[in-house]
Design a protein. Structure first.
Ligand SMILES: [Zn+2]
Ligand SMILES: [Zn+2]
Length: 627
């Protein structure tokens, strides 16, 4: 019998194919009921997302910097974790499949350096969490390229780069030894309606680890492979992941070359990042840049037309480039989906996995408390300035009373929320864990001149209310006739060494401090200073490198459902075995007791007979005991 499968628009896994066969009335009724149930299932799976869908749709994450666990209850407007984002995308994808949309999911680099999930160049706990995300294209940020350990871990056989395969894109990063691309230079995203040629660029980074080379964008766009990619296979639009700001001049370099090779009608959507802002910019009539925040505060969504639509609508095509910024908040994502429930099974599992890793690493350990919120972007005169908190509270607590820190204003990365300070809150303030260096006994007049020199240059635009360098002394600073031990981090040390040598050649080279880093200075401060009135109970410390014990790091593995089932069965068997043994034991005890009672009765009977033989009949005396 010839069987003809009927295509279905529903979820593939839920719908059995229907076949053209001869059926009796009962079978027809059963089929009708089944079809009705399937229709209900399809209807229940259709969501109506409140998003500006177009020909090509992209969900965007950028500069998450390991905030995959979200910001929790302390910052409830950003409470979504990667599990929630995964649920959100899975529901969008389901909707897109049913409604014929092409919806892609991309991440634009800088996934490390932000929380305690990955410190000291060790991304081994973070990467398994990232690998649960169904990204279609991944870019590399500058933060992944500072440390050789991170690059080595990513590129090892069977590692992160191999895991993502052709989705891991690096259009201008090569291995220095081989000059071969670190990832795939480009890929085609093939959807139902459109094929999208996709690249991934990093800005012209210079201070990366030497094991990789970041080629200048200006030269890469002139290379043959780039032109061949643009002129080769057919495609309907171009997507460029670019780890650089939404208005970075390098975007124009890329766009100019694209226009030169392809003409003015190809839609080009840039996904930008690195400046940690929400941004949107129209580059020309059919090109836009879209930047979706930082630290998992934003889930970006943008859409754009394909080439055929552009040709059909002419100059109106520019209005078909759309975008929206969604707060990474569970309720916002739920409302956007248009259904009461956001969570999917995969999303829920990932949230559980993230929470478990964080717990086992000890990141939830309460190490201190602050009574108010402190912000990185406030001026030094503001009461809620994190830098003023460092200057007025952290540095004065240092053992070396002559210590004087001179640090760049970018050293502290995140705000300190009010309330109990978890280990991870302290690490988020200072995640780089950089080595500190010190110059002993520097005259205060030299320090004043050094501070003026460092702050005399161009004022850096980020954190505009703060000077470029901030001075914080363990004891009140006396500007004349005193001496201090000046310390800074490894990042600033070369620059300060240069200026200090000019001002005071006797200073000599800086000496490395072995017992304190830019992270432990905060962690240790909170461990010894509880700044709230009430002492809360502390959670069990984990085995994070910044934890109180430096034992071996626990091996954290993903929860295995089969293993869990086995544990459940084992627990049930063990329980019933205990019950069985207990009942056997009770029966045995009962038998033994009966035998003992019978034995005692016999003894009593024998004794009674003996007694009555001597004394006459026995009289029972009631002592008031109730039996
Ligand atoms: Zn970043
Ligand atoms: Zn960056």
């Amino acid at each position: 019998m010839k069987r003809t499968p009927t295509p279905s628009a529903s979820r593939v896994t839920m719908v059995e194919p229907c076949y053209s066969v001869t059926m009796n009335p009962t079978q027809i009724l059963q089929a009708a009921i089944l079809s009705f149930i399937l229709l209900l299932d399809i209807a229940s799976s259709i969501v109506s997302p409140n998003l500006p869908f177009g020909d090509v749709n992209v969900v965007v994450l950028t500069d998450v910097h390991s905030w995959v666990g979200g910001h929790g209850t302390k910052e409830p407007q950003q409470d979504a974790d990667y599990g929630d984002i995964l649920s959100f995308f899975e529901r969008l994808k389901e909707y897109s499949l049913i409604n014929g949309h092409d919806t892609w999911f991309v991440v634009n680099g800088d996934w490390i350096d932000g929380t305690g999930l990955a410190t000291n160049g060790d991304p081994s706990k973070l990467i398994p969490l990232l690998e649960k995300m169904p990204w279609d294209a991944l870019n590399v940020g500058n933060h992944e390229l500072y440390k050789k350990e991170v690059i080595t871990y990513m590129t090892q056989p069977g590692g992160y780069v191999e895991w993502w395969g052709d989705r891991f894109l690096t259009s201008n990063i090569v291995h220095t030894n081989s000059m071969q691309p670190m990832g795939n230079p480009y890929r085609m995203l093939r959807g139902r309606n459109s094929t999208v040629l996709t690249f991934a660029f990093l800005y012209n980074m210079k201070d990366n680890d030497q094991s990789v080379t970041v080629k200048e964008v200006e030269s890469v766009v002139k290379e043959a492979w780039f032109k061949e990619a643009l002129r080769g296979e057919e495609y309907d639009a171009i997507l460029v992941l670019a780890h650089m700001g939404a208005q970075d001049p390098l975007l124009a370099v890329i766009l100019d070359e694209i226009r030169m090779q392809t003409g003015s009608s190809v839609p080009v959507q840039f996904i930008t990042g690195h400046t940690h802002k929400r941004g949107y910019f129209k580059n020309d009539n059919v090109s836009a840049s879209f930047e979706a925040g930082r630290f998992l505060d934003t889930v970006g969504f943008c859409s754009f037309p394909n080439r055929a639509t552009v040709q059909a609508v002419g100059s109106n095509a520019t209005n078909l480039f759309k975008h929206t910024f969604l707060d990474a908040n569970v309720q916002v994502l739920t409302d956007t989906i248009g259904e009461p429930k956001l969570e999917t099974e995969n999303g829920s599992d990932l949230s559980t996995f993230i929470a478990r890793v964080r717990e086992e690493m000890g990141l939830e350990e309460n190490i201190g408390c602050v009574e108010q919120f402190y912000y990185t972007n406030r001026s030094l005169d503001d009461e809620d300035s994190l830098w003023a908190f460092f200057r007025d509270r952290v540095m004065p607590s240092q053992e070396n009373r002559n210590g004087l820190a001179l640090l760049g204003k970018g050293s502290w990365r995140y705000d300190l929320p009010a309330g109990v300070v978890r280990l991870d809150d302290a690490i988020a303030v200072s995640p780089f864990n950089e080595t500190l260096y010190e110059w002993k006994r520097i005259p205060s007049e030299i320090i004043v001149a050094l501070n003026e020199t460092l702050n005399g240059g161009e004022h850096l635009p980020y954190l505009p209310l703060l000077p470029n360098y901030i001075m914080a002394s363990a004891r009140p600073f006396v500007a004349v006739g005193d001496f201090y031990d000046v310390l800074t981090d490894v990042f600033e040390m070369p620059r300060i060494q240069e200026h200090l040598t000019d001002l005071f050649p006797e200073a000599g080279p800086a000496v490395r401090l072995n017992d304190t880093t830019t992270s432990t200075i905060w962690v240790n401060f909170f461990r010894h200073n509880w700044l709230c009135r009430k002492k809360e109970s502390t959670k069990k410390p984990g085995l994070h490198p910044f934890g109180p014990s430096n034992g071996t790091t626990p091996r954290i593995t993903e929860r295995d459902p089969q293993l869990d089932q086995f544990r459940l069965v084992f627990a049930c068997v063990a329980f019933f075995a205990v019950v069985l043994l207990a009942s056997v034991n009770v029966r045995q005890r009962g038998t033994l007791y009966s035998a003992t009672v019978r034995q005692r009765e016999q003894h009593t009977f024998d004794a009674l007979q003996e007694y009555e033989g001597d004394e006459g009949p026995f009289q029972l005396v009631n002592y008031g005991i109730v039996y």
